[in-house]
Design a binder for this molecule. Structure first.
Ligand code: PMV
Length: 313
């Protein structure tokens, strides 16, 4: 059998939220950054009909008769509609090393990778804003009212200052920031955490608006400290953001255990990242302490630890 020929390919990174998850859904700012060590890759092959498959998770859909809420089929339809093209006789294969339902933007990255591969196969170009808007439509399937931070950062591919409904502001760190991203191994769909926070906010808006305001103030301060390269203050701010996320109700025993292990091993600060309840946490470390903190995270039960850095440009 001959190997099918690749017509085109596309990719997109995972992401972490450094500050401001959940509060960002309610209009407060967030700071997020791509994680290029974790990627989604898509490839387009000639076929007899339009198919999308994610072999890693055993999903295969024929786009023509897939239900409307299938995220793989949705991004293919969105790209074709945007370009005014009929469904092509192509098979799109997406593979990803970003763990699913773990706060690292796996859904947004897979959709962005598929869209990029299709655009390349159609030899079409669209702006990053347009691509981000298409990926946002897929994000809406994952939870009803996403802030838009995931699609923005995986498409933009740079650290961003993000406020819902406003154009993202790329910004740079004043000194290198070294981070470890550790997975609790507990899958936690963002939809559930976001839905629970909404219900709690509706039940007690005063308390939750106050918590979101405190997160918002912290995010503003953190931006200054990132730009000035003040890592000690930044670590403290991460710890505080984690405490506020626990008060918001999206913490978990596993996340606390990993954050504590990182701090005890010398991390400057640690917090959950993304939707919470499980998924990943991030720890800010000095370059020299990285290996020691990584060992401590693994000993405390982390399923995987990935090192990433934000570098001054
Ligand atoms: O869990 P993730 O990677 O989808 O991140 C969700 C971030 C939230 O702020 C909790 C939700 C949102 O829409 O911004």
């Amino acid at each position: 059998m001959t190997t099918p020929q690749v017509i085109a390919a596309g990719q997109a990174p995972g992401k972490i939220i450094l500050f401001g998850e959940h509060a960002v859904v309610y209009g407060r700012p967030a700071i997020a950054a791509p994680v290029f060590q974790l990627q989604a890759h898509a490839r387009v092959f000639a076929d007899h009909e339009c198919i999308v498959e994610a072999p890693d998770i055993g999903h295969r859909v024929r786009v023509e008769n897939a239900p409307d809420d299938n995220p793989l089929a949705r991004i293919v339809r969105l790209v074709c509609n945007h370009l005014g093209q009929p469904l092509p006789a192509w098979r799109v294969e997406v593979r990803s090393d970003i763990p699913i339902a773990s706060g690292l933007g796996s859904g947004a990255a897979a959709a962005a990778a598929i869209a990029r591969a299709l655009l390349a196969a159609f030899e079409a170009e669209i702006s990053p804003e347009q691509l981000s808007a298409l990926v946002y439509e897929v994000e809406r399937l994952h939870h009803g009212s996403p802030s838009g931070v995931d699609n923005t950062v995986v498409v933009c591919g740079r650290p961003v200052w993000f406020v819902r409904g406003q154009p993202p502001e790329p910004f740079a760190a004043g000194a290198p920031l070294h981070l470890l991203v550790a997975d609790t191994g507990v899958a936690s769909p963002t939809r559930i955490a976001v839905g629970d926070v909404r219900a709690a906010w509706q039940a007690d808006p005063g308390r939750f608006e106050m918590l979101f305001d405190r997160v918002g103030a912290l995010v503003w301060q953190a931006r200054r400290w990132i730009e000035d390269g003040q890592t000690a203050a930044l670590g403290e701010a991460m710890n505080e953001n984690h405490t506020l996320l626990n008060a918001i109700g999206v913490g978990s025993e596993e996340l606390d255990r990993l954050c504590e292990a990182a701090r005890s091993a010398g991390a400057r600060g640690a917090k959950l990242s993304g939707g919470g309840r499980g998924g990943n946490m991030i720890a800010l470390v000095e370059a020299g302490a990285r290996a020691h903190v990584e060992q401590a995270l693994l000993a405390a039960g982390a399923r995987q630890v990935v090192a990433t850095s934000l570098l001054p440009v």
